[in-house]
Write a protein that binds this ligand. Structure first.
Ligand code: CA
Length: 528
């Protein structure tokens, strides 16, 4: 009976604003307009935070800086602050310090793979809406520019007077019109794709079928130029470093770090607020240790060397903020773009959850999250409140005094008061999880409800050998406080009271696509 209700809710598409529907008393979120995701109002914390931000701006004379530290493929459990670190052969003292002196967010969610998360973080919109539903691959011709009708946080903050830069991995389109300097960033210094797209042309032991075949190598060269690229707004990108050896590939994060330090210095000198996305190429496979880190992790393994390199770069950038006198006017957010990649074996990370990158089990989407801002975020805070990386869009733009677009659906919510109030609570009601264009699961309160699940007959082969199947009559339900590894669904047995809540949330969510539909860029599989 109640599952028929679920189907009916989806079919009808529960009202957008809820005017015709009574508010569910279990749900705290309120709709403010049909183009914004409803948010929990938390009016008390909002008022106090606005006051503190005004006082800070009066003191510094400008809006705050925003530094997003985005690691590639780091598992929730890799940093020591999240249970890994020394215990798994790669101590992370710098990450642990900002977690300890800032806010540790234990329920931060990414999308299951690289490109979708980056698109979500930069636009505040779910990948199904932007069309960036899966990683783009070298030389792939996307039919429609993903950026034709999208607006990045960088563009909006640029309009508000910010200096903006992307340092490191982009992975949101390689065509000239889709590069960072064409979609809102003042500056770009980095690589267009994931690390393996570069190592595949260099690592003979792993990719002999490609490297020892001259025709294939020539074809690959026609499609992509392996290099660290540099660009200024609106200009054509130029080669900064040719990536023609594994030794050069191994050093690129050191280059990105040096670039970010320089950018921070120039922004501080110009006395302008900045928005910097520092996007590591680490710790995505294939990891080759930089010379200063080779064998230096206790595990003496290239993945673990990459983790300690990331940690050392976090330390460098935190020191740079301090040295330039801007640490107390900078929100730092540390996170990863998806869960650990179990398919990569020992070249992948660690997490205590089920599944890994590519799935919407917790292991694919739950990532470390740390918000750090000396003087503005009270040290020692921890929260399990929901934070979706989509929220960095709203939070960054509004902190910077920018204007959010109201002509499209924005799935992010403003989390400023959650991050800054001493006992701040999350403003997000639920996290909607997707595989490409399919809604697979939802996190609400401490519950995870699956409508479609990834089945992985070969353990750890989440990307390469899994199937996505619909659940039966009941959605699969886990209380993540009692069953954090999602091992035994309680289905309808202990969550009957909650199912109508979730049905309502999903029904409302699906209804938003009527007016603000999914976009098709040509990334779908040719056979469905
Ligand atoms: Ca990734």
């Amino acid at each position: 009976m109640r599952f028929q209700l679920f189907a009916a809710a989806l079919a009808l598409g529960l009202g957008l604003g809820g005017a015709a529907h009574a508010q569910d008393p279990f749900i705290a979120a309120r709709a403010v307009s049909e183009t914004f995701e409803p948010a929990r109002p938390n009016a008390d914390q909002q008022a106090s935070v606005v006051k503190r931000l005004k006082a800070l701006e009066a003191r510094t004379g400008r809006k705050p800086n925003i530094l997003i530290l985005l690691v590639d493929d780091m598992g929730w459990g890799d940093p020591g602050a999240f249970g890994g670190g020394t215990a798994i052969g790669a101590p992370t003292p710098a990450i642990d310090r900002i977690a300890r002196e800032g806010l540790k967010l234990t329920s931060t969610y990414a999308q299951p793979t690289c490109t979708p998360t980056r698109a979500a973080l930069m636009t505040g919109r779910l990948p199904a809406r932007t069309g960036l539903t899966r990683p783009t691959l070298t030389g792939e011709r996307v039919l429609v520019s993903p950026w034709a009708n999208e607006k990045t946080a960088a563009a909006l903050l640029g309009e508000a007077g910010y200096m903006t830069a992307l340092s490191g991995k982009w992975h949101l389109g390689e065509a000239e019109s889709d590069q960072p300097q064409q979609v809102g960033y003042d500056e770009y210094f980095g690589i267009f794709s994931a690390l393996a797209e570069y190592t595949q042309a260099l690592d003979e032991r792993r990719y002999p079928e490609l490297i020892f075949n001259a025709e294939r190598m020539a074809a690959l060269r026609q499609l992509s130029h392996p290099a660290v690229m540099a660009a200024r707004k609106g200009e054509k990108a130029t080669v900064a470093t040719e990536l023609d050896s594994l030794e050069k590939v191994a050093e690129i994060d050191q280059q990105f770090a040096a670039y970010s330090e320089d950018f921070i210095h120039r922004a501080a000198k110009a006395r302008k607020p900045f928005y910097l996305v520092h996007s590591f190429s680490r710790v995505h496979n294939d990891n080759f240790s930089a010379k200063d880190f080779k064998g230096k992790s206790p595990a003496a393994n290239p993945y673990k060397d990459a983790v300690i390199e990331v940690d050392a770069i976090v330390e460098r950038l935190m020191k740079k903020l301090k040295d330039e006198g801007v640490a107390d006017n900078t929100l730092v957010f540390f996170t990863s773009d998806n869960g650990a990649n179990e398919d990569a074996g020992s070249d992948g990370g660690f997490q205590p959850w089920r599944g890994g990158k590519g799935t919407t089990w917790e292991g694919g989407v739950r990532v470390p999250g740390i918000a750090y801002w000396p003087g503005m975020i009270k040290g020692g805070r921890e929260s399990d409140g929901l934070f979706d990386l989509l929220d960095l869009f709203n939070t960054s733009v509004l902190l910077g005094g920018g204007k959010l677009p109201d002509d499209r659906y924005i799935d992010g919510v403003d989390q400023t008061s959650f991050l800054l109030a001493d006992n701040g609570r999350s403003n997000r009601e639920a996290v909607f999880m997707y595989s490409e264009r399919s809604l697979t699961a939802i996190r609400w309160e401490e519950f995870k409800i699956h409508f479609k699940v990834f089945q992985t007959p070969v353990p750890g082969s989440n990307i390469d050998e899994s199937t996505l199947v619909s659940t039966g009559l009941s959605p699969w339900v886990y209380n993540l406080y009692l069953d954090p590894k999602e091992q035994k669904s309680v289905g309808h047995r202990t969550f009957e009271w909650g199912l109508p809540r979730v049905v309502g949330l999903v029904g409302r969510h699906m209804a938003t696509y009527r007016k603000y539909p999914m976009k098709e860029l040509g990334l779908a599989k040719p056979v469905q």
